[in-house]
Design a protein around this ligand. Sequence first.
Ligand SMILES: [Zn+2]
Ligand SMILES: [Zn+2]
Length: 163
Amino acid sequence: MFKVELDALFNRVGESLSLDRDIDFSELAGGENPLFPEPVRLTGTIRNTAGVVYSDAILEADLHTVCDRCACEVVQHLSVPMVHTFVTEVENEETDDFIILPDMVLDVDALAGEDLVLDLPSKVLCKEDCKGLCPTCGKNLNDGPCDCKEPVDPRLAALLDLL
Ligand SMILES: [Zn+2]
Ligand SMILES: [Zn+2]
């Protein structure tokens, strides 16, 4: 947890605060096989430009996961923007675009964690043309073909039996 008080930022146009820290997200996701075993680097600024307080920062992370097709281990670098506008109150209910901080305190790490999780790729491949595993014998087909025959369509198999 890393909380920053943004009073000075909200109260003074032109004020800025630089963000530069390593965040431990080893317990954020993945359980025993953390998706982010290494620290995630956050750099950027929070600033007040013409009365609007916003963050312009980026998270650099190495995602440790497995290939969606062949299940081999994959490390994929992610660059996740952390760009938000902060307000102390909203006048209408359209709050989606803003992060409301009534007490002008921002939990930087919590917000970074949310951004990281929301930006996780739904599918990761070890390489574009990963051949995956044979559905019959389970061999990793990137290492070469297996000895299984091409799977036969059951309708065709019935026909072959008749012949
Ligand atoms: Zn693969
Ligand atoms: Zn096979």
